[in-house]
Design a protein around this ligand. Sequence first.
Ligand code: TYD
Length: 134
Amino acid sequence: MSLVEFFKIQTLGDERGLLHVLEENKSIPFDIKRVYFLTATATGVSRGFHAHKQLEQAAVCLSGQCRMLLSDGCTTESVVLDSPGKVIRIGKMVWHEMHDFSSDCVLLVLASDYYDEHDYIRDHEKFLEITAHG
Ligand code: TYD
C-alpha cells in the first residue's frame, strides 16, 4: 500500500469560488484536538524531520505549495501538496519532512492530540531502529 494517502474531502464550488469541508471523524477519521499552520517559511528551509509514536495528522496546503516526504523506514515517497483538495495523511510512525515551500505557502495541519514532545521521535537512526524491529 502506498504511503501517500489523501483524505477525500468535500469541495463545493460555484461561480463565487470554492468551499472545502473537513469534518472530524468523517472525512478526517480522528478526533481533531489541535490545529496548527505554518506560514512565512523562509526560502530554502525544510521542516519536520520526525515521526510520532501515536499522533495522527492531516496536512493540506491552503495556499502555495510544499513537498511532503514520507517514510516508514523501508519505503520513502514524496508528493507535492499544491491544492486545498490534497489533504494528506501523516499516520503514526511515519517519518515526515517538508521541503520546497513556496513563499506563499500556508500549510494547515490537523492533529489527533495535543502537543506532546514525548510523542516525537526526532532521531532518524532511532526511528530506523524502531521500525526495523517494529
Ligand atoms: P515541530 O513539530 O518540531 O516542527 P518542525 O519539525 O517543523 O520544526 O515544532 C517546532 C517547535 O514548536 C518545537 O519546539 C515544538 C513547538 N510546538 C508546540 O509547542 N506546539 C505545537 O503544536 C507544535 C506543532 C510545535
